[in-house]
Design a protein. Structure first.
Length: 408
């Protein structure tokens, strides 16, 4: 089955004013919807990061993709591999959208096309599912008041309210808090308030996105022993994380200092982390994520799943890959409840008791809603946002704001 065309449509989706150590979410998050046409008449879809960089990369890679057999993608992966060519021979390499992300977008679309052609769900193409439904965690954010139904959430009390609402609506069994926003001890108090409100049967995680120093991270890890299931990226870098890990009674997880296969040897040697947050968008695709799971098992690492603001095509792909990774034993992250827009037919995918069943049907099991795509693309054209800049957004309300990077 030959690829006859590769299309990338940028979209802008509504995003509430969520806070993190990086700043503030802008009113729109950017995504790219990727489609491959094939000579068998089936069209495969994927969703990836948004803005200029993915568009440039996908455009530059078009000639390498068109004419290729959708079943034979390993040669493409090898061709895109940065280690094999000098930079001037890699026009598809874009800052913020490296070869693994580019390959992932193409792979997901091709797997969707193959699934549609063969009548099999994508998780079968990854070796088969080990679970029928995937547990997700509530992704709790401190946030400003905005044009949304959640209101301002800048205190422990408000965060408990947000968690309660998320649990009532979606049934989430675990709670992840995006930290690095309030002064660290106030975030400790917020975690204690969540524990108090929901009890020990609801696992809690905290992710300050590397805002804290080694000393703060170590102290807080000791203080929150018994309260957190894991502490995610408290401090920057493999060395900093290794220093915290040495004393931390809580396992450390990351989606910041181990984001590619080549980071694994040093992370294992230094014992920097216990859990790697997978993400097929970033790690080179769905098959690479299955390989990551197995490698993590070899090295005694746990596997969880990372998320950014995203639509239903990404969520469907995350669900298929999560179904096919036996080592993924933590509830996955997802920003999905924060997104009101959708680009698939039938509206938003629905969580039951905090879990999402693998979408039935061939391929990813979702259909592109072309009217919604056109609308969200028009919105992209109407904004001047072309990359994510949470610092700039934050400075619109607080001109002196600066991010904490390992110094809080
Ligand atoms: O959306 O603000 C956010 C998150 O902080 C996101 O950018 C991170 O990539 O969710 C992510 C994380 O776990 O670090
Ligand atoms: Mg994280």
């Amino acid at each position: 089955m030959r690829v006859t065309d590769l299309r990338a449509t940028p979209v802008a989706i509504a995003d509430p004013p969520l806070r993190s150590a990086f700043g503030l979410h802008a009113p729109f998050a950017l995504r790219t919807i990727v489609e491959v046409d094939t000579d068998e008449g089936v069209v495969g879809v994927a969703e990836t990061y948004g803005g200029d960089a993915p568009l440039r990369a996908l455009d530059a890679a078009r000639a390498l993709v068109i004419g290729r057999d959708a079943y034979r993608l390993t040669p493409l992966r090898v061709e895109l591999d940065a280690a094999r060519r000098p930079a001037e021979e890699r026009p598809w390499e874009a800052r913020g959208f490296a070869a693994p992300a580019l390959f992932s977008a193409i792979e997901v679309a091709c797997l969707d096309a193959i699934g549609r052609q063969t009548g099999r769900p994508v998780c079968d193409l990854l070796g088969g599912r080990v679970r029928d439904e995937i547990p997700f965690s509530a992704y709790l954010f401190f946030k400003h008041a905005g044009d949304d139904e959640w209101g301002e959430v800048m205190s422990a009390e408000a965060l408990v309210g947000e968690a309660r609402q998320m649990r009532e609506r979606y049934g989430f069994g675990s709670l992840k808090v995006k930290g690095g926003v309030l002064e660290p001890d106030r975030e400790v108090a917020a975690m204690r308030a969540l524990r108090e409100a929901f009890g020990p049967s609801v696992p809690l995680r905290l992710d300050p996105n590397a805002a804290w120093s080694v000393a703060t991270s170590t102290r807080i890890a000791e203080e929150l022993a018994g309260t957190l299931e894991y502490l995610e990226d408290p401090t920057p870098g493999l060395d900093g994380m290794a220093k915290v890990a040495e004393r931390s009674p809580i396992p450390l997880a990351t989606n910041m200092c181990v984001t590619a296969f080549e980071h694994l040897p040093a992370a294992v040697a230094k014992r920097s982390v216990s859990i790697v947050l997978s993400d097929h968008h970033m790690w080179g695709g769905m098959r690479a994520t299955v390989e990551l799971g197995r490698l993590c098992r070899v090295f005694g690492l746990g596997v969880s799943m990372h998320s950014n603001s995203h639509l239903g095509i990404s969520l469907a792909a995350m669900t298929h890959v999560a179904a096919a990774v036996p080592e993924l034993t933590y509830a996955c992250d997802t920003h999905y409840p924060w997104q009101t827009d959708e680009v698939i037919t039938g509206g938003k995918l629905r969580f039951h008791d905090g879990a999402l069943p693998v979408p039935p049907g061939p391929g990813l099991g979702v259909e592109l809603d072309r009217d919604a795509l056109a609308r969200l693309h028009e919105r992209y054209r109407g904004t001047d946002l072309r990359y994510r800049d949470d610092v700039a957004e934050m400075r619109k309300t607080d001109p002196d704001w600066r991010p904490h990077v390992g110094d809080w």
